[in-house]
Design a protein around this ligand. Structure first.
Ligand SMILES: [Zn+2]
Length: 72
């Protein structure tokens, strides 16, 4: 399980089950175990207003540099 945090304020955004190694480009809806994000239409934001990504179909396309990951 990974914790995705906002790069601006370090608040949690998602708890996520990551399968593949390497950089996180998409977060699949069905692997998001806990969702702390704020939704504004298709925009996925932190509680502080920082844009984390955009929801596209079955996943959130993550905005590189807007978030940090920890865990495995
Ligand atoms: Zn934030």
């Amino acid at each position: 399980m990974m914790v995705i945090k906002c790069a601006e304020c370090e608040a949690k955004v998602f708890r996520y089950v990551k399968i593949s190694k390497g950089r996180l480009w998409h977060c699949w809806d069905n692997r998001i175990m806990k969702d702390y994000s704020v939704r504004d239409g298709a925009e996925v934001k932190c509680q502080c207003g920082n844009l984390i990504g955009n929801h596209e179909g079955e996943w959130v396309k993550m905005k590189q540099g807007a978030f940090t990951c920890s865990g495995s």
